[in-house]
Design a protein around this ligand. Sequence first.
Ligand code: ADP
Length: 856
Amino acid sequence: MPPRRPALARGALLSSTGVLRRLASPGERAPLSRSWLAALLLVLVGVVVLGGVAVRFAPAGSSVAVWWPAAGLAAAFLLATGPDRRRAGLVVLGVLVATGLANWYGGRPPLAAACFGVANAAESAVFWACMAGSGRRPRLGSLEDLGRLLLATVAGAATFGLLAGAAVELTLAGTFLPTAYAVAASHAAAVLVIAPLGVVVRSRRSQRLRLEDVLQWVALIGVTLAVFGTTRAVPLAFLPLPVLVWGATRLHLRTVAAQLLVVSVVVIVLTNRGDGPFATAARQSGYRPETVGALTQAFLVTAAVTTLALAVSTVQRRTALEALRREAQFASVVLDSVTSSIVVVGPDGRVERVNAMAARYLGRQESEVVGVPVGEVFPADPATSSAVPGAEGVEGVDAGPREQDWDVDGLGVRRMVWSRGFLTDEAGRRTHEVRTGTDVTEELASRLFIETVLNSAAATAIIGTDRDGVITLFNAGATNLLGRAAEDVVGELNWVELHDPDEIEEAARQQGVEPGPEVIVHEVLRTGESRNRDWTWLTSDGQRIVVDHTTSRILDPSGRVTGFLTVAEDVTQRREADLATAQALAREREAVEELTALDRTKTDFLSAVSHELRTPLASVLGYTELLEDGGAGPLSPRQNEVVARIDRNGRRLLALIEDLLINSRIEAGQLDLAHVPCDLVPVVETVWDAAVVQAQHRDLDLRLDLPEGPVVVEGDPAALERVVTNLLSNAVKFTPDGGRVELVLAAEGQPTVGGPDGGVDRGVAHWGQGVPMARIAFRDTGIGIPHGDRGQVFRRFYRSAAATDRAVPGTGLGLSIVKAVVDGLGGTVDVESQEGAGSTFTVRLPLARSTAKHSD
Ligand code: ADP
């Protein structure tokens, strides 16, 4: 196998050389097939035989043959060969040799035979040149093709006539003109009858033999034999013609050509025998044999021209009809396969055609609609009732698309958009209107849906743009926000013009791009994701608003960016509020910092002052003790009383100073309690004794209830003393004369219902069963604490209104210190109180482990 050439090279070769060469001389390089050469040989043998026979059968006394079928055979073969120059040349050469031989064989001298050979060859060459010289394959498809055949026949025959006349005059001593005339006619008749077979031999075979074909053949042969096979004097030569015409209009061109040949052979043979109207007339009237020949040729030419003309135009008409039918079928298939509804309206305003879709939408068959006035098909819209012949259809301008609602069976109401086109006649007048309807219901619904969505977002601006930022969509929210109407903006404005130019310039500088619409989408394009940030817009009246701006790309199905969509919300007030809140917070923080600093200064000051006061006060108290003990000499009762008062107030002052110092330590987070075993009994006893001394001038019922054994807790003895002092002094302080103050110290563990606790908090263990605790309860029948204040008594500086009203001395620090110490030792302090009836403060502290075991 030869290697394949690359397609490109092959194509280039074809286009540059091959095609041009083929066009210049079509088929010149086509190989000479064996079958063709065999056919040529056969045809040439036929030419020799037919030529010899024709010469033999020339009418007695005539110098030439009546009919020269050899010329017809050569012409037919040339037509079958087509526009191939090489083959045509071979045929012409063959004809020269064959006819020369035939003439010599027929008895002519060699020179004359040679001349006749040349004349025959020249005829063939001229005929071929006329029929296929232009490179076109000979056809018999139209009357023009037939005209060309007649012309080629006449030209070839005339050529032969001239050359043969000259040959007869020069070599056979005959006369030029009669010979030329006679041979030209005989050749023309033969070519005209036989040559068409060369064209039709290539045409498609008809499917099968029909009865009509058989009948026509029988009629033709019968009539021809009847007319030409008798010696009747009645001239009925025209009779075969109608039968030939029958065949021409009904049968295939190939059959028609064959019939012409058959009729010609029959007529020639019979006339030659002396039968038929021409021979009979010649005998009766004494015509010359040449005249009989001429009559026969005239008959054959007439029959051939008439029959062929009719046959060809029949073929032409059939072809045209077939093309028309196919065109109509094509149009019909196209009409029915489109998804639009098509209605064709005729010149009388009535429907002429509807396609399948239109019939479906109308809910009627096409046959039911055709012929109906178009106004009844489109009833809803009065504007459509004027049909094509109306002013609008014929003269006026196209109405353009028009919308109409159709109630369609099974589909409901459909919105149709109609467009119109017109068919015109040769004068350009409109004859038919073609209405094309498209169902846009779904598109309309989704468009309305989107419009509703867009416009219902009244407080949200939705703005669409094309790739360059020109606004394509502007919803009601955008109008509300910017004070601009959609129609003034869409297609008119670039969205960058909505922005604060300074801000755009600043953003452009940061991004390193030119100020313009690019700035807004720079990040979106870079990351391919939606972006959210604040921008400043300018409203139509020049106001600046801050919008929370989310921008996304709009992509087409192939993923290219076709535009952008922005959803924005006015956040001006929110941002202002955020700013104000931030500023307020900052101010508050500053104030707190200032106050904290101030508080620290105060605490530091108090702590310093307390320290400074304690030392001299301790000294003062030391001296009063000295005085009381008589260390400075005996005192009079009055002096004793004064010293006792100095001592009492000095101790109060010392307690106050202790409170201030502990408070300072608490505030500084430096309470630092010791955790040592500490028996509460002596602590309570010491404090109780001091209190009894201080309250000796008061009228109070003071009761102390101590357990038998020690109550040891892990704690700080000094701090515990402060706890007991503060709570006991409160009970004494807030109980008016005549009241009672009780202090109960007990250890408790398991629930001790009805336990021996002297009636205080009788027998109810409040919590944690099994957790051994020391309990110190301070119960008084004093002024009590208002219910609403109970939660606040442990806050620093809290003093009840009753305390201040009654001018009970105090600082409001005592209970806060109690709480801080008890918490620090892992205990609790509770208060129960009733205003005007008294209060009970209960401190619980975990017992030290060894003691706890004991107390079990
Ligand atoms: P101070 O006793 O110096 O006022 P405290 O912190 O000890 O400060 O007490 C705070 C407040 O709680 C008192 O001012 C008083 O209003 C109230 N309070 C404390 N103990 C009692 C009590 N036993 N009876 C009534 N009110 C009390």
